[in-house]
Design a binder for this molecule. Sequence first.
Ligand code: FPP
Length: 253
Amino acid sequence: MVNSSPVLATLPPDLDSDRLPKHVAAIMDGNGRWARRQGMPRVMGHRRGVDALKDLLRCCKDWGIPALTVYAFSTENWRRPSHEVDFLMTLFEQVLRREMAEMMAENIRIRFVGNLEALPRSLQAEIARSMAETQQNQDVEFTIATNYGGRQEIVQACRAIAHQVKAGKLDPDDIDENIFEQHLYTWGLSHPDLLIRTSGEMRISNFLLWQMAYAEIYVTNTTWPDFDREQFHQALLDYQQRERRFGKVGKVL
Ligand code: FPP
């Protein structure tokens, strides 16, 4: 990670370290718009988006946030022009190769979630390698949703459970939330406490539909390549002002 920013290297004093989210999710939107505004081709926004992502990942480590999950490529993103899809696939592969030593040095565990079998073979190999090599790392669980769709994830979980029932290995009456979770791509990972979406849209766009049931949602108009530590600081301040009730009554009642 090249962008080790000296600015906000440690947790800002106005944040309460005991009330930080344990898992932050991010929809990294606005790369194309950022590039267009600079008079560049859209794909340059993705390249700059990688720099923003690297700094956020390092920031999670510096500030003691143990899990970060990002939406890198949705099942719907195949509908983009083929040159942009190709660019993204190549970019993922290049970044993985380039950053692996740093991920090991920083003790970051990489996990990919999504329908990975549909990705280019060479990318699949790089993904498998990065997941295996970083498996024992513990400082930050970094999850990258690639060819991911929340509905598709839920459907594949249902299908896997149905097969178990059909094979006589599972009684339908025993199916509960815990059994269901075990068939999601994210099994073993805590649910996100905070979802950050850049670039202003008020949607969750098929991202972690099950896991996001109680996530606090923070939307900023900033485009992803401009999302920096100060922006993250603001998102965390906003988060710490929320009262998370999980269906219970609030403190004032
Ligand atoms: C959305 O912006 C962004 C994406 C679809 C791609 C995000 C991917 C990265 C930042 C690279 C991550 C790299 C690794 C290795 C995980 P958009 O193109 O939809 O922007 P727009 O809404 O302005 O068009």
